[in-house]
Ligand binder design. Sequence first.
Ligand SMILES: Nc1ncnc2c1ncn2[C@@H]1O[C@H](COP(=O)(O)OP(=O)(O)OP(=O)(O)O)[C@@H](O)[C@H]1O
Length: 593
Amino acid sequence: MREVREAFRRFWPLTRGDRGWLLAIIACVVVSALAETASILLFAQLTDNALKAGSLAAFWGPAGAWLTVAVLGAIVGYLGNSLATWTAERFVLRLRAGVFRHVQDLPPHFFQKHRQGDLVERLTGDVEAIEQMVVSGVVGTVSAAFSAVFYAAAAFWLRWDLALVTFVLAPLFLLAARRFSGRIKEASRDERVADGAITSVVEESLGNIVLTQAYNRQADEAKRLDREARAWMRASVRGARLSEMYEQFVEVVETLCVLTVIGLGVWEISADRMTLGQLLAFAAFVGYLYPPVRNLGQLGLTLTAATAGAQRLGEILDARPSVADPDDPVSAWPVRGWVGFHGVTFRYPDASRDSLDDVHFTAAPGELVIVTGPSGAGKSTLSKLLTRFYDPSAGAITLDGVPLTRLPLDFLREHIALLPQETLILNGTIRDNIGCGRPGASDAEIERVARSAAAHDFITALPEGYDTLIAPGTAALSGGQLKRLTIARAMLRSAPVLVLDEPTAGLDSVAARQVVQPLRHLMSTRTTLMITHDLSLAPDADRVLVVDDGRLVEAGTHAELVARGGVYARLAGPMPGALGAPGAPDDTLTLRW
Ligand SMILES: Nc1ncnc2c1ncn2[C@@H]1O[C@H](COP(=O)(O)OP(=O)(O)OP(=O)(O)O)[C@@H](O)[C@H]1O
């Protein structure tokens, strides 16, 4: 019960704006119940006056009234049900949008901890389960409670003594619901978890299809899916079995009640204390009473099953973004591009050691700063802090002297463009993929940056040119071509600070050169922080920073660091043209760790 209260406290506020509609739906239910009652009483009247007496004259009046009531009931029923569906779907829409917005602001480590398929299930199945509880549940409970009280009152009004005897059996329904609810909830939770696992396995397998085929892992992947599918099957069958058991038990209790009514009725009629019409009406009221009572019992089950979904969604909503917009933001100014790291120390959430330790450096507008160092040294972490995916544990990062924590996130990310290590492609046309660098950019601007990024020629060679559809993982373009699209995207953003994380990773030297040339153009006008193992640009850089084990161990120009003969000199190795150095095939030196 505490869980249900908790779930309501969290999700009920989302019905704001629809509560008037909820009342309207309940009003429709009340009118429907009234119409039903009137029909039953008219039926009793017909039985006693027309049927038993065989009088056609006594037929027309009640028959006309019954038809009118039935039509009215049908119209109100239709309105109520349509409104209920509309309101429920609006709730789902709002809840899903809210959770999705929240998820989009969560930090990278959240997505490393949760499998994608599981998140998909939470945003679909669990969202619907909560609707079942919050909207349909509330409307259903109020309606069922009202109908139950209403029909019970009608039965009492007709024959209170008979009603009393019949209702003695009612607690059996609630007992059954209580007995089954815990187990049904457990099965429902297992089913949702298994659902998420299946989606995850399918998604991961299809995403990794090359690995699966190249290493003949088809059977292993099939086994993985089979394991999750069996878990789902077990939970699903268990859930269905429990629900069915509950249904059948209730059915038997209902039959018991009906037989009690008929038995008592026969006795009363034989003693001339009741007419046949009254007995039929009484039996009808008791019969109408069962569905709402049954629904009330079942609502308990729906509630408990839905709390499983509410808990899973609650876990997501409780995850906090690692950064937030400042309460007192600095107002916008024309950013020049001074970047400063001042004693920056950082530890990832849940990590046991610092990934960056007391890092100091500054970069001036127009400067190219290369950050290099061994794998795992903390280079990409620098870029995540500069684009504020996380805030430093100690120290501060500044843009034009203003701490990043004082800037609205939108403003920050408008002025610091990130070209991440992975080539990130959107599902859409090539134009969309470049254009998303600056929403609202004209076709001419998109084409201009594509030319600067050396992408225009291969784009126009495609049959559909800029309208070619591409998607993550399925694009019929090479790695280097895709990279150039992302460079064009970054160029379009025209941010004064550019953070490039391994822009040439995974490309051969020819492709790397094709990528680097437009990058040089892009970098000439902005502050650029380039994280790379590829030192081909190092001689051109204004400064090279060497990071090792989270610390900034060396800083200077390429020539200074080579001359110093320290870590960088060892990493860079002999340079072309140096005495005894093997000549590079061209003037681009590509050294890798
Ligand atoms: N989400 C995370 N949670 C905990 N530790 C992390 C996380 N991401 C990175 N790390 C750790 O932080 C350290 C620095 O990682 P980072 O990705 O910055 O290295 P890098 O220098 O960019 O490496 P590479 O050159 O291989 O890309 C590593 O020891 C890594 O294990």
